[in-house]
Design a binder for this molecule. Structure first.
Ligand code: ZN
Length: 97
């Protein structure tokens, strides 16, 4: 069975920073781990409970516990997509048929 990872063209994926910018996730601080408002839970105080890794796109939220290993998983969870659909929407799927 062909790995679905093999169907992804990694060069076509945006950088971690560009991806989160495109999602209007404002990143605070500098360094590898940045803080952001979490879009997975409603927080009146708008605390920056989400942490995002700028190298790998790894993310987690202290408040609601959402987490993932890269921004493809972020895209899947935010829009309720499968891996394949998320990669297609990011324009990095090999056979787009
Ligand atoms: Zn959250």
């Amino acid at each position: 069975m062909k790995s679905r990872q093999a169907m992804m063209i990694e060069d076509k994926l945006p950088s971690v920073e560009a991806y989160f910018q495109s999602q209007r996730v404002k990143l605070f601080g500098d360094g590898v781990w940045r803080s952001a408002y979490c879009h997975f839970h409603y927080d009146k105080k708008l605390e920056r409970m989400m942490r995002i890794n700028m190298k790998k796109g790894q993310f987690f939220c202290f408040q609601c516990g959402v987490e993932g290993k890269d921004f493809i998983q972020y895209h899947e969870k935010r829009y309720g997509l499968s891996f394949v659909k998320a990669v297609k929407r990011l324009g990095a799927w090999k056979a787009d048929k």
